[in-house]
Design a protein around this ligand. Structure first.
Ligand SMILES: *[C@@H]1O[C@H](CO)[C@@H](O)[C@H](O)[C@H]1NC(C)=O
Length: 188
């Protein structure tokens, strides 16, 4: 028989766990494993990115994006996401978490405003706005300096596994990146 006080403290820990499940904090950790970039015309857009280790078990993304063109009404944005439970290349399956192909102005007023600005606004010179995006997107060299996204705009619960995201901007140059992150469940 376990002593009553021990049972009470186990009960307490369980209650804390359950309370924690309810307060809308994210229940997962992520570790970026790799980022690969591509561009069909570096005279219009040049992108370089890397994953840096910034501490024990802490990784951050740094990038340099030279925007030497102005996206227009033909510029489209698309992102596809894949999940693999093993991390094996041939195990990735497409998942619904994605950005359907859409005009970049639509992307700016939704995903960019709700996810990119809160997560990357503080570690980069990416443009920020509050109400509505007013084109044009300024030509500039955008720098992401050791960004650790704080996960605003992501679900509280994400199944463990390896996730691959392919983000693309199309017309007049096609460019983007393929990011692989490992998601694990947080141990309180
Ligand atoms: C990434 O997406 C672009 C545009 O849809 C596509 O052309 C490219 O093949 C994709 N790359 C990978 C590795 O999935």
């Amino acid at each position: 028989m376990l002593p009553r006080s021990l049972l009470l403290s186990i009960g307490g820990v369980l209650i804390l766990l359950i309370v924690d499940q309810c307060n809308g904090k994210r229940k997962w950790d992520y570790e970026p494993l790799s980022i690969e970039t591509y561009s069909t015309d570096e005279s219009m857009l040049k992108i370089e990115a890397k994953v840096d280790r910034v501490g024990r078990g802490e990784y951050a993304i740094s990038a340099n994006i030279e925007f030497k063109y102005t996206p227009d009404e033909n510029t489209m944005v698309q992102a596809s996401a894949y999940r693999s439970s093993s991390g094996e290349e041939n195990d990735y399956k497409i998942i619904p978490l994605s950005i359907p192909k859409q005009p970049y102005s639509e992307f700016m007023n939704n995903h960019y405003k709700d996810v990119v600005i809160p997560n990357l606004g503080g570690c980069s010179n990416l443009i920020k706005f509050e109400d509505k995006f007013v084109p044009p997107w300024p030509q500039n060299t955008y720098v992401l300096d050791k960004c650790v996204a704080n996960s605003d705009g992501f679900p509280d619960i994400v199944p463990e596994g390896y996730y691959k995201v392919n983000f693309t901007m199309m017309n007049p140059v096609d460019w983007g990146f393929i990011l692989i992150v490992k998601i694990s469940t947080k141990l309180v």
